[in-house]
Each structure stands twice: as C-alpha cells, then as structure tokens.
Design a protein around this ligand. Sequence first.
Ligand code: ARG
Length: 562
Amino acid sequence: MNYKVAFAEVLYDQLKDHIEKGKLMNMIEIPKFANMGDLAFPCFELAKIYRKSPQTIAFELIENMKLSNLFQSAEAVNGYVNVFLNKNEASSLTIQEVISKKERYGEVNIGNQDVITIDFSSPNIAKPFSMGHLRSTVIGNALALIAEKCGYKAIRINHLGDWGTQFGKLIVAYKMWGKEQQVKENPIKELLKLYVQFHEEAEQDPSFNDQGRLWFKKLEEGNEEAIELWEWFRDESLKEFSKIYALLGVRFDSTHGEAFYNDKMDQVVQLLEEKQLLKESDGAKVVEINKDLPPCLIKKKDGTTLYATRDLAAAIYRQNHYGFVQSLYVVGHEQTLHFRQLFEVLLKMDYSWHEGLKHIPFGMMLKDGKKMSTRKGKVVLLEEVLNDAINLAKRSIMEKNPGLEDKESVARQVGVGAVIFHDLKNYRLNDIEFSLDDMLRFEGETGPYVQYTHARATSILKKGKYKERNGEFTFSDDEAWAIIKNLMAFPTAVKRAFEEYDPSQIAKYVLELSKAFNKYYGSVRILAELEHKQARLSLVFAVQIVLKEGLRLLGIKAPTEM
Ligand code: ARG
C-alpha cells in the first residue's frame, strides 16, 4: 500500500469539490522531523478557496477525517495536517508488498505502454568517446530504465554523429597521409591524428578546407570512393564504441545516425518550402524564428545540409515510425540553443507532437576544476578510464576479500558501477569532478558503498537461513521504522525521478536506504534467537530486493558478495 496514496484518499473525501486527486497527492509532504508526523498536508493554498485560516482548515479536516488502521493519529499544527502511521500495520503491509512483488515493487503505471524515444550517447565516429558522451550514456540509460519502470515503452536511440563536413576533411586527410594498417590497428587514435593534422595544415593553407567541403559534397552525392572510406571509418569506430557499451551494459534499439537521414532531408526541405517557412539568406536557406533566437540554418550555400537539418528529419521520422508521446534528447547543455531552435521550427511546422520533445541537458565532467577535453592530444580514452576503475576495484577486493570467487566479474561490476554512480548521484545539470579514488571508496556516498550494503544484506540472509514467509511483521526498535519509511518511499522516488528526468533521485534514495540499513545492522542483533527474528530477516530481504532494483534502475549490477 502506498501510504501517500492512502493519505490522499482520506483527504480527498473532504476536498474533492475543490482539488484534483493528482494535485492533492503532489501537495503531501514528508516532514523533516519525525516528531512532526510521517506525512503532512499543508493547508495554505486552500485558505484562498475557503476564506479561512490554514490552521482552521487543518482543524476542520481532522475533525471529519476517517482514518484507516494504516494511520494511528492526526494533528493540526501551524496550518498543516500531520498524520502518524500505525507502525505495526505499516511495517507489515510494506514488507508484505515488497516481498510479494519483488523486483516489480515500485512500479508506477503512468505510461500505459506509450512510447518514449530516448536519444542518448550519440558519439561522433572517428573521434574518441568523450566524457560528455559517457554522461549522456549513463543518464540516458538510467532514464530508459526508469521510464520502463513507470510503464512506458522506451526506445533507445544512438544518433551517431556519422555525417557532416568533418568526414569530407577526414577523407582528404586519409587520402593524403593515412595508412590502412595503422587505422585498422588503432582506428580512433589514428583517425583523430589525421583529423588534427588536417586542421594544422588547413591553418597554413585554407584550400584544404575547400577540399574537405568538396569531398563532403561528393559523399552526400553518393560518390563511390567517398562512401567506401566513410563506411570503413564508421565500422571501425562502432567496433570501438561497442566495447564501451559492453562494459557499461548498455544496448540500443536503433543506431541510425545522422547519415541515415541523408535521403530523408529533401522531403523536409520541401515541406518547409510548402509551409513557406524557408527564407534565403546570403545564398543559404534558413527558417526564421523571431523570439530571441537566431534563425535556424537548413541548407548551406553549396547545397549541403547541417546537423539541424538532420535533426529535423530525425524528429519527424521518429514520430512517424514510433509514434512517441515523448522524445528525449540527452545532450550536454552547450547544445541548448540548437534544441530550442529545432523545437521552434517543428512548432512552426505545426506538429502538435512538438510538445513531447525535450532536451535533457547535463553539466560537464571536470578534472582538477577544468573541462576534460578530447582535443589536441589531451585525449582521455574512456575505455582506459573504465579499465582503471576495474583494476582499482580488483585491488581493493584482493585486500578485503581475497577468497572471493569470480573476482574478475565482481571487480567489473564494482568498477563500472562506481563510475556510473559517481555520475548519477549528482543532479545532472551540475558539473562533476572526476576522481577515481572518490568513486571507488567503500564508505561515503559511492556506488561500492551501496553495492556493499546489498552484499551484506545477502550474506545475513544466507547466515540466517532465511526462508520466504508471509505474516505479520512487527518490530520493537526505531531503527527498523526508519528503514520501513524508506522502503515505503521507493515508488515516489521512482515517479519523481521520471517526472523530473532526474536519476539522482534514485541514487540518493539507495544511499538513504543503505544508511538506514547499516545503522540498523550496527545496533540490532538481527540473527539473535529473540522475538521478531522472522520479521527482522524479512526486513533484510525487503532491503536487499529494493537496493538491487534501485541499482538496476541506474544501470548498476548488484553482486551478492564482494
Ligand atoms: N553527436 C552529437 C555530439 O556529439 C550529439 C548528438 C545528439 N543527438 C541529436 N539528435 N542531436 O555532439
């Protein structure tokens, strides 16, 4: 039973003429201090409607309230209705619910299996996978998992940056200085080198840039040599990216990148023309957006298309193909202008579905306070970062638990989990400081800490020879109650994480649950042959289930031992 829903029902009984149920649900708060009740309903907004003071309203609500036995009491304090849960009843119901639903606990069906497309990761081929792309990958993956938990059908799209003038440049560079064998051995590094060399030469001799444009035009026109080289660069890059996705445990439903839209752009341009939205500007074609935004460039002077043109085609294709109700773009905040322009153009085209389009921006990954950049040799190769994390995790496992079976796979789960958690525990718009040492600590707010708590719960269950059993679960200690309250809050955390596109809600949630559980572990003799042992073990089981599921929603594995 979701206790918030139960409280909302009770209030709704008296307020239904003035307030919607959903709105009422959202108004309910969880007080900071336990002595102020387990839930609180503020009456300030109602004061205008009823023309009475909030405190009077709170009193009247309480007077006529029919509390179910899930609640123990209610009081009116400073314009709030505070209610206290019946601890025994709430504990039993919560544990029963978690244990019977298992990993399905926390599902909130708001999605009705409607489709949400999620454009995430989307690295550029022939370039290293950057920290920004890592952020996009882990945030997007978590959002897909959270959307599914909320009853949506998530379509994961990797909109590869595999088209554009830079490939003209790369073809020129390869034809001049490239060596097939070297590219085969080390594709990303070699291609990047060629790209950098191109820019150095072009600084001296701008005619290189004309060559680059010419070859991109050839590519757009389907020139055989150009296409062949481009396909090769693409395949080699994808092979490299797949290694990272395999490490992270991320998959996609579509890897249609920008190139896929090459033959779909004429139609878009035609549509824009029909709707009389295209204007000439210095030989180029643009859509003017008024407001405070610059016009959106659709076609360059030489007739080639742009990033925005391909995104327009992609948005329309996705709507026709998937019929999404929402379409998310998990892309760094430096592209905010691009997405505002894109969405405005689609609005001008009169597509009602433009409302479902959402840019989900995020901040930068910093090292020593500076942006981690992939330009000019200062490359941070992501695969190396992940492997470093895995090796560090292995070292700490060797110290703490040398007898552990399957060290390799646990080290991988812990190392990768640490990197993911470090990212997702922060609100996505904040910049984050990259530090392997911080990520991998077993104490503090880290992935390994949560994983370790889960492993601890698993081992207690094993020691206690726990067998799943239903019944009344009552406790005599406050530490248990703190855990129960956390368990009850899981569905709300899931819903909030979805509605705010904010996986950090789940990360913070599993941290809180871990803290409450470790406090319990430190002060209660769980396995002692005393009263309530079955209840204690069932509580541990419920914690294990919810921690594992919370980590799963973040894209993190939960080893049973570590
Ligand atoms: N490839 C782009 C970049 O690395 C990101 C693409 C994001 N998705 C999109 N539909 N524009 O900057």
